[in-house]
Design a protein around this ligand. Structure first.
Ligand SMILES: Cc1cc2nc3c(=O)[nH]c(=O)nc-3n(C[C@H](O)[C@H](O)[C@H](O)COP(=O)(O)O)c2cc1C
Length: 190
């Protein structure tokens, strides 16, 4: 028997994305964003509140990097989602993390996170219902420890955090349940 739960953003899992940018003054900022998705093979869309410092930074620098947060760096990842550089300009310095300028876009890469997408601002989509920032992914970098021997990302090594918007939990992805475009093959032959 299903119960009605009312109106909820009832999607799980949500990613835990670290959006890193430069301000006009060259200062690094990083924010936590769970409302983001791949929207083409080379594009990512982030749904950000327009007043965040990150948004001002992206409008100015026309670029950003998106890292996947992992379990080892959960506390700092969460901190990036609690504190705003609008009110705390030294937000990034206080985290003690390392920023390295991307060679491809005008944005910093945060060294501690295992995988990063380097993005150019493609467009800002603004309608009555949506404020979305679309980035064109110009490169992906990943730590060797999260790759298999064919240089593919092995998500069992990534320990990527997932956000649970029902109860505000962070979860870790681990167990592989099956293979996509394969688990349903037998049934498709009927
Ligand atoms: C788990 C988590 C997920 C979040 N997801 C989003 C999001 O998708 N979009 C958004 O605008 N803010 C999101 N936030 C809030 C921002 O990270 C937060 O307001 C941050 O302080 C903004 O930083 P900035 O002003 O330095 O850019 C999230 C926070 C947390 C803890």
């Amino acid at each position: 028997m299903k119960k009605d739960l009312g109106v909820l953003p009832a999607l799980f899992p949500m990613p835990v994305l670290m959006v890193s940018t430069y301000g006009e003054d060259g200062k690094v900022d990083v924010m936590n964003a769970a409302w983001g998705q791949i929207c083409d093979m080379d594009k990512i869309m982030l749904f950000l509140t327009e007043t965040h410092k990150t948004v001002a930074n992206i409008k100015h620098s026309k670029a950003f990097c998106v890292s996947l947060a992992d379990k080892k760096h959960m506390d700092v990842a969460d901190y990036y989602g609690i504190v705003s550089a609008n009110r705390n300009p030294d937000k990034f310095e206080k985290s003690g993390y390392t920023a390295i300028k991307s060679e491809r876009v005008n944005a910093p890469i945060i060294d501690e996170f295992p995988l990063v997408m380097e993005c150019e601002l493609s467009e800002i989509v603004e309608t009555n219902d949506v404020f979305g920032i679309v980035g064109k992914i110009v490169n992906v970098k990943a730590n060797e420890e999260v790759l298999n021997d064919k240089n593919k990302v092995d998500v069992t090594k990534l320990n990527a955090l997932m956000f649970d918007q029902f109860q505000n939990g962070y979860y870790v992805v681990g167990e592989k349940a099956g293979q996509a475009w394969n688990a349903g093959v037998e049934l498709s032959k009927k």
